[in-house]
Unconditional design. Sequence first.
Length: 374
Amino acid sequence: MKFIGRIPRTLCRAALIVLAVALFSTGARAEEEKILNIYNWSDYIAPDTVAKFTAETGIKVNYDVYDSNEALEAKLLAGKSGYDVVVPSAIPFFARQLKAGVYRKIDRAQLKNYGNLDPQILEKAGAADPGNAYGIPYLWGTTGLGYNVKLVKAALGADAPQDSFALLFDPANAKKLAGCGISLLDSAQEVVPAALAYQGRNPVAKTGADLEAAIAALSAIRPFIKKFHSSQYINDLANGDLCLAFGFSGDVVQARNRARDAKNGVEIAYMVPKEGATLWVDMMAIPADAPHPGNAHLFIDFILRPENAAAISNTVGYPNPNAKATALVAEPIRQDPAIYPPETTRARLFFDTPAAPDFERQRTRAWTRLKSGS
């Protein structure tokens, strides 16, 4: 259709809308207030990362912490969390939250350092985020056993398992260790696969029969579990208040280092059991209703600089997914097999898969009953 002279009013309105959207898209970051709201795991960043970012950008950072994926998910699904950057675990949480539409797509054009990311870690993260469209890998690690060498030896003798989940899941061992304290992560998604691996079953299986088998193994040691918590075990191990913790590799390394710094005689070791262990990836993501998405992209790109990623690994004891940062990580960290596992250990690691909603509900109910002892 051809128009001469006057342009129809509807087309004028449409043109104005397109222009407004284009101007907002290109100028959003410039118009944002100098504020960034971050919600991250506890003990999961270098002490000067935020200060350096603020000094460079002038952006004030409000930094809150949590100790479980469930706490983060509750805020995200409720909506209007007010956060600009969050750090969910890829499987199953990030994958599930993506389906709920809670995240904004990453604008890679704003990330000059995106090319620093390790393709292998990106591939793992892609299981939760096909095409790596909504998240950026932050740190990764394993979930295994941290233990007090002297207390375990005192309770079990010289024959204490040094390479097996039997240290935890054998009821005879758990009973003997109960006196010095056993702690489990408060996360069915982490603990159930470990129980399955110990039983020689597929650790990422999602059937009712597998769930029953895992809960049966956990019920057998439930009387000997002192605590279900996803962060307290760091200090408890370091202080000698626990002798065994099922936890994240970097947390156990932090406990080991704190004990060394305190010179309290506590010796902490970390084990990736021969039966296998979870390899996980935590993601940086921007909520769909983030009030400062431009600032969020600035912060993510700041983290993707090799020197900044290396500083975080040096502090928290977790490997980062930045291929160019590895050489900058302190050699004692880089060469520590508890932090950067060798290929022989990596061969035993497994990556979890998303679960169907029905299975998630079954697992959550079973976990709640287990913790309550009912």
